[in-house]
Design a protein around this ligand. Structure first.
Ligand code: KMH
Ligand code: ZN
Length: 312
């Protein structure tokens, strides 16, 4: 019997995030114009989805500012048809209420939905950047995470899922550890989350599951047992980025790169854009015989409502 045609892989790029700070790379996009430019680099390199956080233009501090989200999203929509996945993770320490606003105001096709609470730790990188800070807020923002829990209670997850349901926004569930699959399986069972779900396995955050191939296989297997059918993608912090995303492609999954997760293109070489990382992953996919999805194909695979239905 012939094997069925394998599904195309969706390459996502998370362009700026709320983890890296301006002193770490001159290429980290901070202003609306830089964010748009980086998203366009992703689109031109063959990425189908861009995951977006925004920052204060004057100092690069992560902020859930609805006007900046709108400015960036509208300009990207004017220029291309890439899928935008807006964050509800926000910046570290932001209120749950503020984090959710982006869904009600902009009604995106796709938005992140963090599937559990974790010790989201970045404090361990502080010694590496001592003496190099560019802005006052950076050291405290990172250092303060030694005593920080990223809160995503069952109530929050349920409310975010309902909010997204009302706005026609597909949740991209961020899974930082294996217990979060259990959280989601419960929420599906209880009728709060509808299948088919889309999972983003986020590996290698201090506080979450380490970025190893064994753990990736374990996560996918556990999700199959607990949830059944689903779409999944992988991203990994720092230097594990290309190893884990390559494995995801080999396993039939989707993959996320971008400067939110890793500032480098290869050892010691800073990526000048998220698009450079997308181009590298596209080359790897090509060598492996894995076809990658266009934005239109990604919409079909994920069952998104379409660009005409967004609120920006
Ligand atoms: N802001 C981080 C704490 C997301 O985009 O939803 C987590 C994050 C996930 O970036
Ligand atoms: Zn994010």
């Amino acid at each position: 019997m012939k094997n069925p045609t394998p599904q195309k892989a969706i390459i996502t790029a998370a362009v700026s995030g709320a983890i890296h700070t301006p002193c770490m790379s001159p290429y980290l996009p901070l202003t609306p114009a830089q964010l748009v430019e980086d998203i366009m680099s992703v689109y031109e390199a063959g990425g189908a989805v861009a995951h977006l956080h925004v920052r204060k233009p004057e100092n690069g501090q992560p902020v859930a500012d609805q006007e900046i989200f709108r400015e960036v999203a509208a300009e990207v929509k004017r220029r291309c048809d890439i899928v935008l996945c807006l964050t509800t993770g926000g910046s570290l320490g932001d209120s749950v209420e503020n984090r959710g606003k982006v869904v009600s105001t902009l009604k995106p096709e796709l938005a992140s939905l963090n599937a559990g609470s974790i010790n989201f730790a970045l404090f361990h990188v502080v010694p590496k950047f001592e003496g190099q800070w560019k802005y006052d807020w950076e050291k405290q923002y990172l250092g303060g995470t030694e005593d920080f829990i990223f809160p995503n209670t069952f109530l929050t997850i349920r409310q975010f899922a309902e909010l997204m349901g009302r706005n026609g926004t597909k949740p991209e569930f961020e899974i930082y550890d294996v217990g979060m699959i259990n959280n989601l399986a419960y929420l599906i069972e209880a009728g709060h989350v509808q299948k088919p779900v889309y999972l983003q396995f986020v590996l290698g955050i201090l506080g979450g599951i380490p970025a190893t191939v064994e753990n990736l296989v374990f996560l996918v297997q556990t999700a199959r047992q607990q949830i059944g059918d689903f779409q999944w993608s992988v991203c990994a912090a720092g230097r594990a980025q290309f190893a884990m995303t390559t494995h995801a492609l080999l396993m039939g999954g989707h993959a996320r790169v971008g400067l939110e997760d890793n500032l480098y293109l290869s050892r010691g070489v800073l990526a000048k854009s998220s698009g450079e990382q997308v181009a590298k992953l596209k080359r790897i996919a090509g060598e492996l015989g894995v076809e990658t999805a266009t934005p239109a194909e990604a919409r079909k695979i994920l069952g998104l409502k379409g660009l005409q239905q967004v609120g920006f």
